[in-house]
Design a protein. Structure first.
Length: 464
């Protein structure tokens, strides 16, 4: 499979981010690519310093490879904001482009996402279409682009499988062109389609529209076979590559949520839900970052075009109750915390901050089909190639927070910066006691006498 990238030039946007770092690391360590270009707003020194800090946190060596070149640019500008000589060189030599750069802020309104999500992707697509030797462009979207289908109380009752295809928003036959919809968003900051559907966040609609815009552009250019759209679900820590648990805490939603809850300075965590039994019924599809990277590279290597899900799948989903139990097992606060479920539509100021950011925490009942990767895995296996890294391997082990303690503690340090109180709590209950080191070695076993906050002395109380 890796032979497909031999002597090829690969361009990555967002290469210094969570997924981009794993992609760059995987490419230079496993392929004979001619060169990897990382497009970044920051200069070379800053990118390498970020890689060094993030990798060193997990005991990994810095990603300093002679085949990696950092190019300063800005995807929100034409030609990705690069210098003219870089544009000319890359459009002559680039073979694969992976567009992983994006805002992932779920609280931003649609007007704030038009540039970093939609317009930036159009600029990348235009650049790719101008590449003389382009083999494929991979656009990283999200599996939640179709969450609007089930974001209603009635649909919460039974999980339904979302297929690897576009679900139209317009009721007309045919639906109006995506470019028309985009012009309306540009002019008015919204569209009929966005207002008419219950998207859980503007981000998911922005990605939905971007997918359709890119498909239209590549079809009009008669090169639809050169576009791969990869839809990850909630990206989590690595299951194996570059090492188990590797993560950027701020870019892994489950890690970020756990960090915020472990430092919660109050006893009641209020979460909205319309489900009868949210602990059992609310599901999270968290996919390891290395599975996402592997699926992108495998499908590019095999020439897959169109939409592909990068998900844990129904067998790999985690129920909300399991998440609470994992947080409880790692908690070192001396007081009991309670999770209180309130009706959907409860004012935001009454909710825990993490529920304001991840507003589907107590309501998600989505299941994602990944038949295209199942079929690809079958073909690769028949050819005698290893395919284990295309799927989540051990759900129960993967979902243990103890196995991602380093990333969770990094997340707590970020949370602690918000106030002196949180900084003090982090230091007293976690940092001073060597929490991540203990959890990595002992898991959720009862801590020694030197540890603060014995989890065996308290229990979470779940109630609706």
């Amino acid at each position: 499979m890796w032979e497909a990238f031999s002597k090829k030039v690969i361009v990555i946007t967002g290469g210094s981010g969570f997924l981009g770092t794993v992609l760059a690391h995987r490419i230079v360590s496993s392929t004979n690519a001619a060169r990897v270009y990382v497009i970044s707003r920051s200069d070379t020194q800053h990118v390498h310093r970020k890689w060094e800090e993030r990798l060193a946190l997990f005991g990994l060596e810095a990603l300093a490879h002679d085949k990696i070149t950092i190019i300063q640019g800005n995807t929100q500008l034409p030609n990705m904001g690069m210098a003219e000589e870089d544009v000319i060189h890359l459009q002559r030599t680039a073979n694969f482009i992976i567009h992983a750069a994006s805002s992932i802020n779920l609280k931003k309104p649609l007007p704030a996402l038009t540039d970093p999500v939609i317009r930036a992707s159009l600029h990348v697509a235009d650049f790719a279409l101008g590449c003389a030797n382009l083999i494929q462009l991979a656009f990283v979207s999200t599996a939640y682009v179709n969450a609007f289908l089930y974001w209603t109380p009635a649909a919460h009752k039974e999980p339904s499988s979302i297929e690897e295809r576009i679900y139209p928003l317009s009721e007309g036959d045919p639906a109006r062109p995506a470019i028309t919809e985009w012009h309306e968003v540009e002019q008015h900051g919204s569209s009929w389609e966005y207002k008419a559907h219950a998207f859980p966040a503007a981000y998911t609609y922005a990605k939905h529209l971007t997918e359709r815009l890119l498909l239209e552009r590549f079809r009009l250019a008669d090169v639809a076979h050169k576009l791969l759209i990869m839809r990850p679900s909630s990206i989590g820590p690595a299951q194996g590559y570059p090492c188990p648990g590797f993560s950027f805490a701020e870019s892994a939603p489950v890690v970020a949520a756990a960090a915020a809850l472990l430092l919660a300075p109050f006893q009641t965590v209020t979460i909205p839900s319309s489900l009868d039994h949210p602990d059992e019924e609310s599901l999270c599809d968290e996919v390891p970052v290395d599975v996402v990277a592997e699926r992108i590279l495998a499908h590019l290597a095999c020439g897959t075009a169109g939409i592909v899900h990068a998900v844990a799948g129904e067998a790999g989903q985690m129920c909300l109750g399991r998440f609470w139990a994992e947080v409880h097992a790692c908690d070192r606060m001396p007081w009991q915390k309670r999770v209180r479920y309130v009706p959907e539509g409860t004012p935001e100021d009454a909710l825990h901050p993490i529920a304001r950011v991840y507003n589907g925490l107590g309501m998600a009942r989505l299941a994602f089909a990944d038949e295209r990767t199942v079929q690809l895995e079958r073909r690769l296996r028949e050819a005698g190639l290893s395919t284990s890294s295309l799927f989540l391997q051990n759900r129960d082990q993967y979902h243990q927070l103890a196995g991602r303690a380093v990333a969770v503690e990094a997340g707590m340090r970020l949370v602690a910066h918000h106030s002196r109180l949180l900084t003090l709590m982090y230091w007293v209950f976690y940092a001073r006691a060597g929490w991540s080191h203990f959890m990595t070695i002992h898991g959720s076993e009862e801590p020694s006498a030197g540890m603060i906050g014995d989890p065996s002395e308290k229990r979470y109380c779940f109630y609706v």
